[in-house]
Design a protein around this ligand. Structure first.
Ligand SMILES: NC(=O)c1ccc[n+]([C@@H]2O[C@H](COP(=O)([O-])OP(=O)(O)OC[C@H]3O[C@@H](n4cnc5c(N)ncnc54)[C@H](OP(=O)(O)O)[C@@H]3O)[C@@H](O)[C@H]2O)c1
Length: 326
């Protein structure tokens, strides 16, 4: 028997409780993993609180990512004792996930732990960090260079945002961190590498279809009016990597930035991202993130604390990354 956070449905409400389960209850898969760390992402917050329709079949063990050690493997790519990472693929949504001491998953979903990584580091990065790296890569692939001008990052205090600020600063970009919490988090964002901090309210409210160009690039984690207003402020040839909806899923924009300024809007998905792209992103993340990131930008919690933090992350009250220690 081992501990797992199990979600059940009570009428319309989602109820989360730490329960004892055994390996025979786990879903099918070629690899059984002893989970060492999971992490809390925005989607986990929506799933655990029931605020988003993430989970269709109950009971469900949430946790869209984890790092751990192989206990059993029916796949030659993974050996007993090998350290592995999993992010995405619908795990913690449709397939029991990482918020349990054991997980059984498909071998195709696993990435071998890079030699310079630990489970703790891997989950300090987690889905949010991987997504931030994919967004940074999208800006680079779109031709945005440090000398082109400032890059805006929305939801900067969050998981994706804080990793993106750190990565771009390490790569020599001028990073402007957009946050609703400049009073409490401004100095912290600058310590991660932001050149300056901008108050979220400056980009809220309905703007004009085109404004004075200001940004060479943008990584957007919030969507809606903020993304629309930032699009209107992109420089000629500017690139926006959009990965999130923490502020809403609407996009009330016009074609103007695209047809008059050659702006590119690049969507970023980490869930179904192919394994070779993930492996490269993990390598880059471990090369670029300084030791100070892991010290300054992470909080470690227990399985029992997940419901409380899930509520907080959906209310925009979590700063940096939350690691779950199993
Ligand atoms: N596409 C993918 O594969 C992928 C992968 C991971 C995450 N995501 C998405 O990316 C987003 C961020 O994820 P995360 O894990 O980084 O979440 P997070 O840690 O909660 O960060 C989100 C941040 O957005 C800001 N925010 C919160 N509510 C807001 C609102 N109503 N309006 C404007 N800004 C608001 C807050 O930052 P400030 O207080 O600094 O403003 C908050 O810290 C989520 O929508 C998530 O679903 C997508």
């Amino acid at each position: 028997m081992f501990n797992a956070l199990v979600l059940n449905q009570d009428g319309k409400a989602t109820v989360a409780a730490v329960s004892q389960i055994d390996a025979s209850q786990l879903p099918a898969g070629e690899v059984l993993v002893a989970v060492d760390r999971s992490s809390l992402n925005y989607k986990d917050g929506l799933a655990v609180t029931g605020k988003g329709k993430i989970i269709r079949n109950f009971p469900m063990v949430p946790g869209i990512d984890f790092a751990g050690t192989v206990l059993e493997s029916a796949d030659p790519r993974f050996q007993v004792g090998q350290a592995v990472i999993l992010t995405g693929w619908g795990v913690g949504e449709r397939h029991w996930g990482g918020m349990a001491e054991q997980a059984r998953v498909k071998a195709d979903w696993l990435v071998s732990m890079p030699h310079n990584c630990t489970a703790d580091k891997a989950m300090a990065i987690g889905t949010a960090g991987l997504t931030a790296m994919l967004c940074v890569q999208a800006l680079i692939d779109g031709g945005v260079k440090p000398e082109d001008g400032e890059v805006l990052i929305s939801g900067a205090s969050g998981g994706v945002g804080s990793v993106a600020v750190t990565l771009l600063a390490q790569l020599g970009y001028n990073v402007v961190a957009l946050t609703g919490r400049s009073d409490s988090n401004g100095a912290w964002l600058q310590s991660l590498g932001a050149t300056s901090v901008m108050e979220r309210s400056e980009l809220e409210g309905e703007g004009r279809p085109l404004e004075k160009g200001r940004w060479a690039g943008m990584i957007d984690t919030v969507g809606d009016q903020i993304l629309a207003n930032a699009l209107a402020q992109m420089n000629y040839n500017g690139v926006v990597a959009a990965c999130g909806l923490a502020g809403g899923f609407a996009l009330p924009t016009t074609v103007m930035p695209f047809i008059l300024r050659n702006v590119r809007l690049q969507g970023v998905d980490s869930v179904m991202c192919p394994v070779p792209v993930r492996e490269r992103a993990w390598e880059q993340l471990l090369q670029l993130l300084p030791a100070s990131f892991f010290e300054q930008a992470t909080t470690t919690i227990s399985l029992e604390q997940v419901p409380e933090y899930a509520e907080a992350i959906t209310n925009g009250q979590v700063t940096g990354r939350v690691i779950i220690k199993l």
